[in-house]
Design a protein around this ligand. Structure first.
Ligand SMILES: [Zn+2]
Length: 496
């Protein structure tokens, strides 16, 4: 998801056919000596019974168009020690557009599962995907199984049910697992250490576009933004549940490619502005290079920090967040984008309503924890946080807000068209922050939890939990109660 404000995704409602698969046989075909089996006579539920303690990564290309998609496997890679939880292996949060599972073949028992979103999952909703095919690098990491398993990729349908998109049998002991030594040429710098990786959220902040001369700046930028993160609840309360490390590999030069200004930079991880032709959207397209470097440190979550002045970033659930470090709004970007990538939070804003097509089909409930279609107010997923007597939907002066926002969007577009400098953009952002902040604070249900119409790129038909939130505007430095709870639940997945 893009930094506020974002641009158009046109989304289609469809049910895709189950896809035949191409390359899985390659990985399943070879079998060498049998790995150790789970202990006999026991149900085999202990981590050590099922897994070796190392990390296995499966690389693939996620390919297709608006109507069809495939997961084409490209390789298996043995990484270092498994940094995730050894007790919470099957994700129960039920977030994400996709779900990845490691399944025991004989019983079909799910040994490991996690929800996720992907670049392809966003791209397929763009107009480009209606005209041509696209292909994006993607990977999944999981504890190395002791015995052969099946890897399963599922996609969530509009009605919330899951459909299997790909299944690949793999033998972890087979010849197709790349066991080459991991690189050691990136520098891992400890920032916050609170305990063993298996009981903590291991956040890795990866340098992008910091040359040799900018190593100290990278560390200072990361410290500043990590401080902003831990000034925000629930991260402040849960600080002891985190380890934070930095990964530094010098870049050739500073700055990001900016195709709209004909600025081009080499980027090891394929970062650039104007992803999906959205000026401020920054995606990392070279997943393989990124994963190989990151394997030098334990990590559960990634933030790619860009040595760049211009406002921009992105965040995709269980993938990574990208943030430009020198924007005036960098602290907001850091927290907001991490809200997407870490906790699966939706954008609560819906600006440029005229540019958006349907994101959530009428009658369906979005999976994100902080937006709802409010199909049945009695079943509102954050009902327990709504105080007695709060009307649902909850009134706010949306018409007045939208009128002011339309004017802002027009001024912003004019600056973009004129290729204005970052100072002018930031001056406009400051002005809007002041006026919209005052407007929202004056709303009768400000600070209360309810269901306020307008959210997730839809002015009508979708509702957000609070008048304001860091997932809605750049005004507050806090999450609303619903977002805060979702972040807490995610932290506890790693650190309980
Ligand atoms: Zn929120």
């Amino acid at each position: 998801m893009e930094p506020n404000p974002s641009s158009a995704y046109d989304r289609r409602t469809r049910m895709r056919s189950t896809i035949a698969l191409v390359l899985c046989a390659l990985l399943a075909a070879c079998k060498s000596a049998s790995p150790a089996q789970p202990e006999r006579g026991k149900p085999g539920t202990e981590f050590g019974d099922l897994f070796t303690g190392r990390t296995l990564r499966v690389d693939c290309q996620h390919v297709g168009n608006a109507e069809t998609e495939h997961f084409a496997l490209t390789g298996l890679r043995l990484e270092g020690p498994w940094p995730g939880s050894r007790t919470q292996l099957v994700d129960t949060l039920e977030l994400g557009k996709y779900r990845f599972e490691v399944v025991e073949p004989s019983t079909q028992r799910v040994l490991f599962a996690r929800g996720f979103c992907s670049i392809f999952g966003e791209w397929e909703t763009t107009g480009e995907a209606k005209r041509q095919w696209g292909s994006f690098e993607e990977s999944q990491r999981f504890p190395e199984p002791r015995a052969p398993v099946e890897l399963v990729w599922r996609e969530r349908l509009d009605d919330g049910s899951w459909v299997e998109r790909h299944r690949a049998p793999i033998d972890p002991a087979g010849r197709f697992v790349d066991r080459a030594p991991l690189d050691t040429d990136a520098e891992v710098i400890g920032l916050i250490e609170h305990g063993h990786p298996s009981t903590k959220v291991d956040l890795l902040i990866v340098a992008d576009a910091y040359p040799f001369t900018a190593r100290a700046k990278f560390i200072a930028d990361a410290r500043r933004l990590v401080d902003a993160l831990f000034d925000t609840q629930p991260f402040r309360r849960k600080r002891a549940d985190f380890n934070v490390r930095l990964l530094y590999r010098p870049a050739a030069e500073a700055g990001l490619s900016n195709p709209r200004k004909d600025v081009w930079r080499s980027s090891r991880y394929g970062l650039s502005f104007n992803s999906f032709d959205v000026d401020r959207y920054v995606l990392a397209l070279r997943d393989r290079a990124l994963r190989e470097d990151c394997a030098q440190a334990p990590y559960d979550a990634l933030i790619l920090l860009c040595n760049e002045r211009k406002y921009g970033g992105g965040g995709i659930y269980n993938l990574w967040a990208t943030v430009t470090a020198d924007s005036e709004a960098a602290p907001y970007l850091f927290v907001h984008e991490f809200g997407h990538s870490f906790a699966g939070l939706a954008d609560e804003y819906y600006s440029s309503a005229i540019a958006y097509e349907e994101l959530t089909p009428p009658g369906s409930e979005p999976w994100e924890p902080n937006v709802t279609a409010l199909l049945d107010p009695a079943q509102l997923k954050w009902r327990d946080l709504v105080a007695e007597g709060t009307p649902l939907p909850t009134p706010w002066d949306q018409a007045a807000y939208d009128a002011a926002d339309l004017e802002y969007q027009a001024r912003r577009k004019a600056l973009l068209d004129a290729q204005a400098g970052e100072e002018q953009n930031e001056a406009l952002m400051r002005e809007v922050k002041q006026s919209s902040g005052a407007f929202l604070r004056a709303q009768p249900y400000y600070g209360k939890t309810g269901a306020f119409e307008g959210g997730a790129y839809m002015a009508k038909g979708l509702y957000r939990p609070s008048v304001d939130c860091i997932m809605f505007t750049r005004n507050p430095t806090w999450f609303c109660k619903v977002c805060e709870r979702a972040v807490t639940q995610t932290i506890e997945r790693f650190a309980k």
